[in-house]
Ligand binder design. Structure first.
Ligand code: C2E
Ligand code: MG
Ligand code: MG
Ligand code: MG
Length: 283
């Protein structure tokens, strides 16, 4: 019996490994033409002032509803698109769509709200990135204050000189830059000052743990001190409960984002609930 179960285990393992490779291959394949088949959609998640609950900006998050594969989460397809290089086209689509949405909101008289867009290292390594970025904003006549970008600490593993040229160009255009998932990257602090950062988004794992663990709270306090030292505004990610909310308020975070305030929403829902009637959602 023991022997049998070992064999079972081995064959089960190799099957899942093969499945995993097949799935990655399928995803990369289906990513081709996803834009043409209109399988992309952006959802919008409010970022609020912790003290007042007022909307201050909104993060655009990509959703993929594949005809072949069904819903695939960005956590699964973004890393694949980064490996294959498809993230370059996807990233362009995202920025175009955000700009067209902002242009629509402007046209229909909505109050403007800055939209925060996630960037991949691969995009920032493109020599023409900042020029292309500028071109898209110009095409839609979107002021640079309406767009922000989020980058992660994986940056340090990329072509840093290239990335810095692009980031500095964005800064000069007046685009705000946020460091996303802060605390999860284990990267060196030395380059933090070179990125031209404006915001620090503390990863949701810390927000969750800080409600329970005193040691994590000390760590978060230290992050807030780094932010203060660098003159950055702070965003707490993944605020799910009243308890999280009270905690980040006590710690002194400027902004909060998470299911407690709002889930990522389709553009029409976000616009109905946050851009017209509920500009002062009380929490
Ligand atoms: P992120 O930029 O850190 O985005 C925050 C993630 O946390 C989102 O997951 C959001 O749905 C989720 N979230 C928000 N509030 C809560 C909460 O209260 N609790 C929990 N458990 N989760 C919460 P999502 O949309 O699945 O995106 C995952 C990641 O995929 C993003 O993490 C980002 O790194 C990447 N991503 C998403 N859209 C894009 C995009 O357009 N371009 C690029 N390059 N990456 C993207
Ligand atoms: Mg983000
Ligand atoms: Mg994040
Ligand atoms: Mg994240």
């Amino acid at each position: 019996y023991a022997r049998e179960s070992v064999v079972d285990h081995v064959s089960y393992f190799s099957k899942t490994k093969a499945d995993e490779i097949r799935r990655r291959f399928l995803i990369a394949n289906q990513l081709k033409g996803a834009a043409k088949r209109q399988e992309w959609e952006l959802v919008y998640q409010p970022i609020v002032d912790v003290l007042t609950g007022n909307l201050v900006k909104v993060e655009a998050l990509l959703r993929w509803q594949s005809h072949e594969l069904g819903r695939v989460s960005p956590g699964e397809f973004i890393p694949i698109a980064e490996k294959t290089g498809q993230i370059i086209d996807i990233g362009k689509w995202v920025l175009e769509d955000v700009c067209s949405q902002l242009a629509y909101w402007r046209k229909t008289g909505r109050n403007a709200v800055p939209v925060s867009v996630n960037l991949s290292v691969r995009q920032l390594e493109q020599e023409s990135f900042s020029t292309g970025f500028k071109g898209i904003l110009k095409h839609w006549r979107i002021p640079s204050e309406w767009i922000q970008v989020e980058i992660t600490e994986t940056l340090s593993k990329g072509n840093l000189p290239r990335i810095l040229v692009n980031l500095n160009a964005l800064s000069r255009m007046g685009i705000r830059i946020a460091i996303d998932d802060f605390g999860t990257g284990y990267s060196s602090f030395s380059y933090l000052t070179e990125l031209g950062l404006n915001d620090m988004k503390v990863d949701q794992s810390f927000i969750r743990a800080t409600a329970q663990e005193a040691d994590t709270e000390k760590l978060v306090r230290a992050m807030l001190q780094i932010a203060e030292g660098l003159g950055l505004q702070t965003v707490a990610e993944g605020v799910e409960t009243e308890c999280h909310h009270e905690k980040i308020k006590a710690l002194g975070f400027t902004y909060g984002q998470g299911y407690y305030y709002a889930r990522p929403q389709r553009a029409e829902v976000f616009e109905r609930e946050w851009l017209t009637t509920k500009q002062n959602k009380s929490i």
